[in-house]
Design a protein around this ligand. Structure first.
Ligand SMILES: [Zn+2]
Length: 112
């Protein structure tokens, strides 16, 4: 019986440690501040979000255009020519696992 309790406690501890690790590395990762902008698979700009001044620029591809905004250390797509506007609705880039992707315009903005 005591063995079972010990095993259960070990499993709970391991699970807690795993959850803690996931939270620390995905949500509070201060190392992830370099944004990479790719258009049609090619890196067109790399931006250090800690030091980047506020800026708005347009990424033009053969497929369409995206207006990219950098404000207060955050990067987001403010306007786009694509029909779905998924890239605009994504909002600011926060996690390396959730890149801003505009499929119609072949634009990807991600943290690296
Ligand atoms: Zn889009």
């Amino acid at each position: 019986m005591q063995k079972k309790i010990a095993i259960a406690a070990a499993v709970i501890l391991l699970a807690a440690a795993a959850i803690y690790t996931i939270i620390v590395f995905t949500v509070h990762d201060p190392e992830k501040h370099i944004a990479e902008i790719r258009s049609d698979g090619e890196v067109i700009r790399t931006i250090d979000l800690r030091t980047a001044p506020d800026e708005t620029f347009t990424v033009e591809a053969d497929y369409g255009t995206n207006v990219v905004c950098i404000k207060n250390g955050q990067i987001y797509v403010s306007e786009a020519s694509c029909p779905d506007k998924i890239c605009v609705n994504h909002g600011p880039l926060k996690s390396e696992y959730l890149p801003i992707i505009c499929v119609p315009n072949k634009l990807v903005i991600k943290l690296k």
